[in-house]
Design a binder for this molecule. Sequence first.
Ligand code: SF4
Ligand code: FES
Length: 167
Amino acid sequence: MRKVYRGRDVEVTFDLDICIHVGECLRGDPKVFKLQRRPWVLPDDGAADVIAEVVERCPSGALMYRRLGRGSQEEHAGATTVTAMRNGPLLVTGNVEVRHEDGTVETLPRATLCRCGQSLHKPFCDNQHIATGFRAPGVAFKIHLSPVRPHSADQPIATAEDPRADS
Ligand code: SF4
Ligand code: FES
Protein backbone atom coordinates (compact mmCIF):
# COMPACT_ATOMS: atom_id res chain seq x y z
CA MET A 1 0.00 0.00 0.00
CA ARG A 2 1.36 3.42 -0.96
CA LYS A 3 1.90 5.84 1.92
CA VAL A 4 1.95 9.61 1.60
CA TYR A 5 4.44 12.03 3.25
CA ARG A 6 3.38 15.58 2.63
CA GLY A 7 5.69 18.55 2.99
CA ARG A 8 5.35 22.25 2.21
CA ASP A 9 6.76 22.12 -1.31
CA VAL A 10 6.76 18.48 -2.22
CA GLU A 11 4.82 15.32 -1.38
CA VAL A 12 6.65 12.00 -1.35
CA THR A 13 4.86 8.66 -1.59
CA PHE A 14 6.26 5.22 -0.82
CA ASP A 15 5.15 1.64 -1.53
CA LEU A 16 7.27 -0.84 0.42
CA ASP A 17 5.78 -3.76 -1.53
CA ILE A 18 7.72 -2.81 -4.66
CA CYS A 19 10.95 -1.54 -3.05
CA ILE A 20 13.99 -3.60 -4.11
CA HIS A 21 16.24 -2.30 -1.33
CA VAL A 22 18.87 -0.56 -3.39
CA GLY A 23 19.12 2.22 -0.81
CA GLU A 24 19.48 5.23 -3.11
CA CYS A 25 17.03 7.09 -0.88
CA LEU A 26 18.98 6.56 2.34
CA ARG A 27 22.27 7.47 0.71
CA GLY A 28 20.85 10.31 -1.36
CA ASP A 29 19.47 12.47 1.44
CA PRO A 30 19.92 10.96 4.91
CA LYS A 31 18.10 13.85 6.59
CA VAL A 32 14.93 13.35 4.59
CA PHE A 33 15.02 9.54 4.37
CA LYS A 34 15.81 7.84 7.68
CA LEU A 35 15.04 4.16 8.14
CA GLN A 36 14.46 4.12 11.91
CA ARG A 37 12.65 7.46 12.32
CA ARG A 38 8.86 7.90 12.22
CA PRO A 39 7.83 9.11 9.80
CA TRP A 40 10.80 7.77 7.86
CA VAL A 41 10.32 10.47 5.17
CA LEU A 42 10.33 14.12 6.22
CA PRO A 43 10.13 16.21 3.04
CA ASP A 44 10.53 19.49 4.94
CA ASP A 45 13.98 18.44 6.17
CA GLY A 46 15.41 18.86 2.68
CA ALA A 47 15.25 20.92 -0.50
CA ALA A 48 12.51 19.97 -2.95
CA ASP A 49 14.95 19.89 -5.89
CA VAL A 50 17.26 17.48 -4.09
CA ILE A 51 14.35 15.28 -2.99
CA ALA A 52 13.09 15.12 -6.58
CA GLU A 53 16.53 14.16 -7.84
CA VAL A 54 16.96 11.45 -5.19
CA VAL A 55 13.47 10.02 -5.75
CA GLU A 56 14.12 9.78 -9.49
CA ARG A 57 17.10 7.54 -8.67
CA CYS A 58 14.80 4.99 -6.98
CA PRO A 59 14.67 2.32 -9.69
CA SER A 60 11.59 0.47 -8.50
CA GLY A 61 9.05 3.29 -8.42
CA ALA A 62 8.59 2.60 -4.70
CA LEU A 63 9.28 6.29 -4.21
CA MET A 64 7.48 8.97 -6.20
CA TYR A 65 7.07 12.69 -5.65
CA ARG A 66 4.64 15.44 -6.53
CA ARG A 67 5.62 19.10 -6.35
CA LEU A 68 3.11 21.22 -4.50
CA GLY A 69 4.65 24.53 -5.44
CA ARG A 70 6.99 25.61 -8.18
CA GLY A 71 9.27 23.22 -10.01
CA SER A 72 8.73 20.49 -12.54
CA GLN A 73 7.09 17.13 -11.96
CA GLU A 74 8.71 13.91 -13.10
CA GLU A 75 7.75 13.39 -16.72
CA HIS A 76 8.52 10.76 -19.34
CA ALA A 77 7.31 12.13 -22.63
CA GLY A 78 9.58 9.98 -24.84
CA ALA A 79 9.73 6.27 -25.44
CA THR A 80 9.44 3.87 -22.55
CA THR A 81 12.77 2.10 -22.04
CA VAL A 82 13.49 -1.37 -20.70
CA THR A 83 16.95 -2.28 -19.44
CA ALA A 84 17.98 -5.72 -18.24
CA MET A 85 19.93 -5.50 -14.99
CA ARG A 86 22.72 -8.06 -14.67
CA ASN A 87 21.51 -11.08 -12.66
CA GLY A 88 18.37 -9.14 -11.77
CA PRO A 89 15.11 -7.56 -12.92
CA LEU A 90 14.09 -5.49 -15.91
CA LEU A 91 14.32 -1.79 -15.21
CA VAL A 92 11.52 0.12 -16.95
CA THR A 93 11.45 3.89 -17.26
CA GLY A 94 8.43 5.60 -18.75
CA ASN A 95 4.74 5.65 -17.98
CA VAL A 96 3.97 2.22 -16.55
CA GLU A 97 0.26 1.63 -15.96
CA VAL A 98 -0.35 -0.94 -13.23
CA ARG A 99 -3.85 -2.35 -12.77
CA HIS A 100 -4.27 -3.58 -9.20
CA GLU A 101 -6.48 -6.47 -8.12
CA ASP A 102 -9.10 -4.06 -6.79
CA GLY A 103 -9.34 -2.49 -10.25
CA THR A 104 -7.51 0.73 -9.44
CA VAL A 105 -4.87 1.85 -11.91
CA GLU A 106 -1.61 3.42 -10.83
CA THR A 107 0.91 5.01 -13.19
CA LEU A 108 4.52 4.51 -12.17
CA PRO A 109 7.37 6.52 -13.71
CA ARG A 110 9.83 3.70 -12.98
CA ALA A 111 9.49 0.00 -12.24
CA THR A 112 11.62 -3.09 -11.70
CA LEU A 113 9.90 -6.12 -13.18
CA CYS A 114 10.74 -9.73 -12.41
CA ARG A 115 12.94 -11.46 -15.01
CA CYS A 116 13.88 -14.59 -13.07
CA GLY A 117 10.31 -15.86 -12.83
CA GLN A 118 10.52 -16.47 -9.08
CA SER A 119 9.03 -13.29 -7.63
CA LEU A 120 6.15 -13.80 -5.23
CA HIS A 121 4.87 -10.34 -6.11
CA LYS A 122 4.75 -10.40 -9.92
CA PRO A 123 5.03 -8.50 -12.09
CA PHE A 124 7.41 -6.74 -9.70
CA CYS A 125 10.81 -7.96 -8.58
CA ASP A 126 10.93 -8.86 -4.90
CA ASN A 127 14.61 -9.87 -4.75
CA GLN A 128 13.88 -13.58 -5.11
CA HIS A 129 16.52 -13.59 -7.86
CA ILE A 130 19.10 -13.27 -5.10
CA ALA A 131 17.76 -16.23 -3.12
CA THR A 132 17.64 -18.40 -6.25
CA GLY A 133 21.06 -17.38 -7.63
CA PHE A 134 19.59 -16.13 -10.92
CA ARG A 135 22.28 -15.40 -13.51
CA ALA A 136 21.70 -13.49 -16.76
CA PRO A 137 23.58 -10.82 -18.69
CA GLY A 138 22.66 -7.18 -18.38
CA VAL A 139 23.80 -3.78 -17.25
CA ALA A 140 25.73 -3.86 -14.01
CA PHE A 141 23.69 -2.10 -11.37
CA LYS A 142 25.44 -0.12 -8.69
CA ILE A 143 24.34 -1.32 -5.28
CA HIS A 144 25.84 0.46 -2.31
CA LEU A 145 25.75 -0.80 1.22
CA SER A 146 23.21 1.05 3.34
CA PRO A 147 20.84 0.19 6.20
CA VAL A 148 18.70 -1.79 3.75
CA ARG A 149 21.76 -3.81 2.64
CA PRO A 150 23.95 -3.69 5.70
CA HIS A 151 26.26 -6.64 4.96
CA SER A 152 26.66 -7.32 1.26
CA ALA A 153 25.22 -6.29 -2.07
CA ASP A 154 23.65 -9.75 -2.31
CA GLN A 155 21.79 -9.60 0.98
CA PRO A 156 19.08 -6.95 1.32
CA ILE A 157 16.95 -7.02 4.43
CA ALA A 158 13.70 -8.89 3.92
CA THR A 159 10.62 -6.79 3.24
CA ALA A 160 8.96 -8.28 6.33
CA GLU A 161 11.90 -7.09 8.46
CA ASP A 162 12.00 -3.63 6.93
CA PRO A 163 11.30 -1.07 9.68
CA ARG A 164 9.37 1.03 7.17
CA ALA A 165 6.52 -1.48 7.28
CA ASP A 166 5.04 0.51 10.17
CA SER A 167 6.24 3.91 9.10
S1 SF4 B 1 14.07 0.80 -4.25
FE1 SF4 B 1 15.89 1.65 -3.25
S2 SF4 B 1 15.73 3.87 -3.53
FE2 SF4 B 1 13.71 2.99 -3.89
S3 SF4 B 1 12.69 3.11 -1.91
FE3 SF4 B 1 13.61 1.08 -2.06
S4 SF4 B 1 15.58 1.35 -1.03
FE4 SF4 B 1 14.87 3.40 -1.52
S1 FES C 1 14.14 -10.64 -11.06
FE1 FES C 1 14.01 -10.09 -8.94
S2 FES C 1 12.55 -11.53 -8.18
FE2 FES C 1 12.71 -12.08 -10.28
